[in-house]
Structures are given as C-alpha cells and as structure tokens.
Design a binder for this molecule. Sequence first.
Ligand code: NOJ
Length: 559
Amino acid sequence: MRLTFTSDLWWKNAVIYCLDVETFKDGNGDGVGDFRGLTQQIDYLAGLGVTCLWLMPFFPTPNRDDGYDVVDFYSIDPRLGTLGDFVEFMRTAKDRGLRVIADLVVNHTSDRHPWFQQARSSRDNPYRDWYVWSDTPEPDDPSQVVFPDKENSFWEFDERTGQYYLHSFYKHQPDLNVGNPEVRDEIARILGFWMELGLSGFRVDAVPYLIQNVNPKLPDPHEFLRDLRAFMCRREGSSILLGEVNLPYDELLAYFGDGNGDELTMCFDFVTMQRAWLALARGEAAPLAAALRERPRPPKDSQWAVFLRNHDELTLDKLTEEERREVFEAFGPDKDMQIYGRGLRRRLPTMLGGDLRRVKMAYSLLFSLPGTPVLFYGEEIGLGENLRAEGRMAVRVPMQWAPEGGFSLVEPERDMPEGAYSPERVNVADQKRDPGSLLRWIQLLIERYRECPELAWGETTVLDCDHPAVLAYRCDAEEATVVVAHNLSDKAVDAELTLKGLRSCVLTDLLTDDTFRIGDRDAVELPLDPHGSRWLRATTPEVPPEDASVKARATASPS
Ligand code: NOJ
C-alpha cells in the first residue's frame, strides 16, 4: 500500500517543543507561569514553526521533584491554573494547528499521593499492593542510584508497617507496582482522561523502571507497553508514546516493540546525543558518525527523537570515563557545573562559550540529524542557565520574552540568568527584529526541516569524508536526496564527498542558495566555513529543488 500523506504519521517529522508551564509565561501576575500565560504565547510558538508541544508535569504536586512527584493525576496544579484554563489552552493550540503531549509520570507517585497514604496505613489496606514492598530487599548497587547526591538506596523502611518500599528515584517517590492489574488499569484511565481533553500522546517518564521494578515480576514486562499502546490507539489511532529510555541501542530496541513497532512510538536517542557532545568537544566528526552508523533503524512507523539538551542534566553516562572527562573539560570544567559525576547542569550556548557560529551549527545538526527534533524551551533564543539554583533546576529558568524579562509583571519566583545571559541581552523581542539572531536561524531550520521529509523518512548513509572535522551524510527517500554537511572545527575546510548515483546532479544549498555541480566521478567539493553547515538538495539540472521536495513528500510512504 502506498499512501501519500506523510501527516498520517505526524510524529515522523514533527518538531517537538518541551516546556514547563511554570516557567513559560505568567498570565495572572503572581510570579509563576500558568496556562493563561502559555495560551497568550501560542501564536509565538506557531510562528516559530514547532508542531507539537510537550508539557512537563502540570499536576498537583508538593514540588519536591519539580512536578515529577504527582499527588493527583486527574487535575491541574492550582498554581498553574484550572482545568478550565487547560481546556482553553488546548482549544487555542488546536486552532493554531499545534498538537500537545504531556508527561506521563507513572513509574512513581509522590509519597503524599492518597494512594500511598492508604498503602502505608496498614499491610492489609487495599492500596498496599499498588506499591512495591519487601521485608528483605536485595542489597543496592550504589552505582545505579539515580540521584546519588540525595539517596544511597532504592529502598526506604516504613516504620509503621515494618516493610521497605521501593523508590527508583527520590525516597519521596514510591514506585507504583504495575505488576498489579488494578494499577495498569488506572494508568490506562489516566491516559484516557487526558486524551478526552485533546492530548495527542504522552512523553513516558522512566520507562525501563516502570516495567521492570514490579512485584511480582511480570513474565513479559513489555506486554504492559503493548497493552497501553493498543489501548491508546484504539481511542485515537494517531496518538503517540514518546519514551524516556536511556539504554544502549541493543537493549533499547525492544522498547519500540521487537520489530513490530507496537510499544513506544518514539524513543529519545540518548546515545547519539552524548556522542554529539563528544564530537563537539573534540571538533571531530568521528564519534557522531560512529553513533549514526551503529544506530538501528526503528521499526516501521516508529521514530527516533533527537535532542541536544533537555530539562535534566546533560547526562554523559554512556561515554567512557575518559570521554566524559573530555566533555567536562570542554564544556563544564568547574565542579559547580557538573552533577552526579555523570552530567552537566548547563544549557547549550554557555557550554559553547556563547560563540554564535558554533551555536548555530549545533542547532543545524540537531534539525538535520535523522529523526524528530526536540527543543527545550528557550533554546531558540540561546537562554542560559542559573548556576545559583539547586542541581538540575539551573537550566529550568523563566523564559525571557523582553529586555525587562517579560515573563511576569512581578518579580518571578525563579531567578533569571545574569550578565551575558540576562534578559537585557537574551530575549525574544530583540531577536525577532534581528535577521541574524539565533531565533531567526532556528525558525529557518524548522522551515527547512519540514520541507525535507527525506531527513525524517529517508534512508541515512554516513559519507566518508577526507576531513576529520566534517560530518557528512545523505538521506534518500524514494528518488529524492538531501545531503548534509557540518564542519565541527573553527577552520574553514573544503570537503570532498562522493555521492553515488548523483553524477551530474546539482546540489542546491537550502540555507544559502549556493549551488554545486556533482562531477564525473560522482564527486563534489564543498567549501565549509568555520563551524559551517550545508543542507543540500540534489536534483537533476532540469528539476527545480522545490519540486524534488514535493516529490519526496508525496512518496515518503507508510507502506
Ligand atoms: C526523569 C525526569 O526527566 C526527571 O526530571 C525526574 O526527576 C525523574 N524522571 C523522576 O521522575
């Protein structure tokens, strides 16, 4: 079967924008972001070109893990608004053609969730088995503790009932027990509830922990993911599960659903992300080229979610000790910039020393790496971090809309970055008026990404290149081809590439309009500026590049 509408599988080439309602825009003047504020900014987001918003947790919470500790899955944190405000937001987003997904944090609840309060009240409470208890827990492996600055065990003793409960994260986040069918049903009910209010899917928190750490062990832990996906797709066929699965490729693949693509629709690519940082640190393409070569193709209709930064620490846990040290040295040499011994609590532009050329190149990479790009709010303007904030909160600063801040009419509850990254220096209003700004660059990249379905749908081939700083690959979808080249070094280079089957074609640079003709030996020489990037569409001389794009769009086929 050949269908011509790539938008049936909208996630394949979506542009996902992650934001926290709390830090995006204050609509009621109390210093905290809210749904009314976010709704006011929908036109900005639509204008930026993103196609899907991922909302970080917005549920009632004691806020001991920035909302990843939920006390009620069926309502809105009163600080962020009401269910009515949420529905108005959803309606406005839909009107502007934006899809919305939300964090589904069901590996655990807050210890103040009524379910846990019940569960810990006595051993025979009906909710007891909603959590994972043990008389004699296995000894901990300290190297696996997620937040080693605060915890040294996965188990916490409950005085009142004399047993230990499992917490994969903080001790105030007891793990839900999906070994219990009632819990599985409840999770489906949560999905169903928010889908009725218009969500197009969920970013699923901590997926391996969710299915593995249960009691009794599930004979087939993946069955739960299959059931959840099936339930969701019965309700609405085009909804997605975007999973946080930070595992090596060989273990991760199972989470897409072994070859069938019937579990998570998308998974974040933590491996490519970490190798990208190593490549940036070295100014060499090799680590990233190797990651792309190793990276398995996800099952049909599934997709990789590509990112460079997110709301957590920049984890470097998949690098070797030595590689991690290199990245630390290049991008976060001070102890205060590092966290948990494995990551950095900085945003991208500060790590790249504020070098706009390099920052622009990094984002050009993000948008052209095969997969679906995910931006963390503020990346489009080069928002910095606030290292005075605790731990991972450093990168979760208020959005900067205008020179005077523009986030709130009063003093924001969270501090903004200072100095070179203060709102006077980094803000939306100024960058909108500046054609050379990062904001305008990101807007262009999004536009081009959406015009190049080859990047999301195509077959990727990493190209051999005579220059170690140059990462080059081609993406072919049916008869259309995009060639991408990035210079990771600060020296101008001429890179020779061999492009099989494209003899005599013209390469049109979609970012600058330069053109290059591919010679007799299928070879082309591409000049690249220091930290330069090129996205090139190959066409025969008689076909305008725009038409080739239309062809790829029409032939990228779900069959
Ligand atoms: C992963 C989330 O990204 C992180 O922010 C959170 O602290 C843990 N899961 C626990 O929910």
